[in-house]
Design a protein around this ligand. Structure first.
Ligand code: OOG
Length: 267
C-alpha cells in the first residue's frame, strides 16, 4: 500500500467526495468515478475519503463492527480489472441474518460473494503475519457479502473503489463457527449456487494463498491509516470467486467444505 504518497486534494475536497459517495449509497443512484473529477486522487486520499464516510455514518448512529478485505483473489481482480487488494469497514446497519430476504431496491446493482470471515479475540496492530492473525482468531465462519459499487456500470479504478468503502453494502455471517486450526483454510472449497445452479467454485487458497494473509494485509492498511483492529472484530477475507449479480426473486446458497452453508433470497 502506498499510503505514504502525498495528499493531492485538500480536506474540503475529501469531505465533498465522502458526501457524494454517501448520497449515492443512501439514494441508490450511481455516480461517476471520483477520479473523473479528481484525476490526481492518490490511494492515501481515497482512504481519507473512506475515513470521512466512516465518521459520517458513525455520527448518524452506525457502529463499526468489523472490516473487510477486498480484491484479494485472482478471480475478483480479473473480474474488476484491479490488481491491488484494499479494505473497507463494516457497520451494524449492513448486517443481515442467514436465510433472510435482502431488499435490492435500495441498492444500485448488487452482486454476491462467498468469503471466509475471522472473529478476533485480541487486538491486532502494526505489521502482522498470518500466524499472528491465526493466533488472534477466536473462530472462522462462512460469510456472504453483497457488494454494490456506487459507480456507474460497476466500473472503477482502485482509488475510486477504496473511497467508496470497497463497494461494501450488506454482509451475512452464517454456517459453522470453527477454530481456525481445525481446518486447512487453503483447501476449504466453496460452491456458490445462484437459483439452484452452480455459478462459481473456488477454494480458500485463492485468497492471497491463505485467507489469513488477507487479514494481515488489512491490519497493515489499518496501521497505515493510524488504526488498529480491535479484539472482537468481524473481518471478511475477500471473495474467493468472482461475484454474482442478483435481482429480485433470486436465491443464493454458498456451500463450504466442513463449514456449513448460507442461503439468502433477494426481494
Ligand atoms: C470491490 C470490492 C471487492 C471482494 O471481496 O473482493 C470485494 C468490488 O469488486 O466492487 O469485496
Amino acid at each position: 500500500m502506498s499510503l505514504d504518497q502525498p495528499n493531492s486534494v485538500d480536506d474540503e475536497a475529501i469531505i465533498r467526495m465522502a458526501e457524494r459517495v454517501e448520497t449515492a449509497q443512501r439514494y441508490a443512484t450511481p455516480i461517476r468515478k471520483l477520479t473523473e473529477d479528481y484525476p490526481d486522487l492518490t490511494i492515501a486520499d481515497a482512504y481519507r475519503v473512506q475515513t470521512a464516510l466512516r465518521r459520517n455514518l458513525e455520527k448518524k448512529g452506525e457502529r463499526v463492527i468489523g472490516w473487510k478485505a477486498g480484491l484479494t483473489s485472482k478471480p475478483k481482480m480479473a473480474q474488476m480489472g484491479v490488481s491491488t487488494p484494499g479494505v473497507g469497514f463494516l457497520t451494524d446497519a449492513m448486517e443481515r441474518p442467514a436465510n433472510s430476504k435482502i431488499t435490492v431496491s435500495d441498492m444500485i446493482h448488487p452482486r454476491v460473494e462467498a468469503e471466509i470471515a475471522f472473529v478476533t479475540n485480541k487486538e491486532l496492530s502494526g505489521k502482522v503475519t498470518k500466524e499472528e492473525v491465526l493466533a488472534a482468531t477466536d473462530y472462522v465462519q462462512p460469510a456472504l457479502e453483497v457488494i454494490d459499487s456506487r459507480f456507474t456500470g460497476f466500473k472503477f479504478d482502485l482509488e475510486s473503489v477504496l473511497a467508496d468503502n470497497s463497494s461494501s453494502a450488506r454482509f451475512v455471517p452464517g454456517g459453522r463457527m470453527i477454530r481456525p486450526d481445525a481446518l486447512d483454510l487453503r483447501t476449504v472449497g466453496v460452491v456458490l449456487e445462484h437459483n439452484g445452479e452452480i455459478a462459481q467454485i473456488g477454494a480458500g487458497a485463492e485468497v492471497l494463498g491463505h485467507p489469513a494473509e488477507a487479514i494481515a494485509m488489512l491490519v497493515g492498511v489499518l496501521d497505515d491509516m493510524g488504526e488498529v483492529l480491535p479484539a472482537g472484530s468481524f473481518v471478511m477475507a475477500g471473495a474467493i470467486t468472482a461475484a454474482v449479480a442478483v435481482k429480485p426473486g433470486d436465491s443464493i446458497t454458498a456451500r463450504f467444505y466442513e463449514m456449513g452453508s448460507i442461503t439468502v433470497t433477494f426481494t
